[in-house]
Design a protein around this ligand. Sequence first.
Ligand code: BES
Ligand code: MN
Ligand code: ZN
Length: 503
Amino acid sequence: MEFSVKSGSPEKQRSACIVVGVYEPRRLSPIGEQLDRISDGYISNLLRRGDLEGKPGQMLLLHGVPNVLSERVLLVGCGKERELDDKQYKQIISKTISTLNDTGSMEAVCFLTEQHVKGRDTYWKVRQAVETTQDSLYVFDQLKSKKSEARRPLRKIVFNVPTRRELTIGEQAIEHGLAISHGQKICKDVANMPPNICNPAYLGEQAKELEANFDKINVNLVGEKEMEELGMHSYLAVGRGSANESIMSVIHYNGAAEGKAPIVLIGKGLTFDSGGISIKPGEAMDEMKYDMGGAAGVLGAMRTLAEMNLPINVIGILAGCENMPSSNAYRPGDILTTMSGQTVEVLNTDAEGRLVLCDALTYVEAFDPEVVIDVATLTGACIIALGHHTSGLLANHNPLAHELLKASEQSGDKAWQLPLWDEYQEQLESPFADFTNLGGRAAGTITAACFLSRFAKKYHWAHLDVAGTAWRSGKNKGATGRPVAMLSQYLLNHADVGQDSEA
Ligand code: BES
Ligand code: MN
Ligand code: ZN
């Protein structure tokens, strides 16, 4: 899809379609009024007759509107004036895109970016429109023998901004929006890929592909032999039951001076989590191919970062591993010595994510990071606590938590902080080892983070539990591309080139 911005009036546009908003009840937006005037009241007439109420998401496609240069006019309901919020705006954009795609308009000029959205500015509206468009056109059909192509797909969209002064801002919004959508796309592609194709080596190949495409990216892959030498016995134990080698991909992005401390992102990359010896029930077990969603998110954010060419140093780690039952798999009762030297009694082999991440957290100490953020589909408990709209956030440093919450608010990629208080640590006590990998039923997301926190003492660290947000279940099953937008926004803010989204 090609995107551009323009600042002009609707009657001057010669396009396959112009898209304008209508407020509830049956009230034209200022842009709509301009069109109405040149069409001698054609549009207001239709509204009076009750063809469109203006409810959010309502669509009415008009052909041959008198005196209008464009072939079509798409009227889009925007609800009550000044009451449009983030969620409705995105829904409206996404519905507009599918309508345009179905009606054979190959290009369109869209005035919805001039609509008032509560607390949001032009930069935000244009960027979200780009991200939402790309997201709603996404399909994963690489493995279908027949692909379904729209007959005359939408190819080009022009977003209108209110003043010429805002053109530069609009262009930057498109650039950022595209970079973020490209990151989200590879995140989704890799996450949707089935586990017989997407194994830890495949994650490594994806990292290598980034290296091939961007000068500032260098990748090295840490296999089982090197993990052995490093003493990453906890990570290795999780992968031991699998025929696929555990591989940790280390992606270096060097955008600043060599000595500048890096931001480290670590993604849980369980390319399949069967539960191991503590095997999961069969229902929906296929969805455990998405247990590498954290790694896919990190890969996506690295891609976005490289495309935006930000002047910072970032290291992205894809902690690739497969958790399988087998005669040489690790078992409940085993005591593992982690790379940090701390010992862990395994009480459940399905609490494997933390056992992989803990060694990755120790591994990155060597980089002297400014901050470390891990992203993981870590606990089913997070879905119980926050559902599918919101990622869980925990941190050992409040300013970092706040920066992430701010990035989340700006990008619309929702997150909510849970406490990491000391009281919860007691749930991990073990009679035989330093602690266990299981905290019991209560506060499962917090006790998992408590476990990780014991390996993140040497730096500022935050943990994002994306178990509920990285993919959708059910008939619309698929990866969401989250939390690429939040991470990218965090990096943008860090590089100080992001637009302040508060209007
Ligand atoms: N990958 C799962 C968490 C998960 C479950 C994410 C369902 C999304 C949907 C993780 O490895 C796991 O199995 N966690 C266990 C932890 C428990 C054994 C302490 C869980 O949440 O049940
Ligand atoms: Mn598990
Ligand atoms: Zn898992």
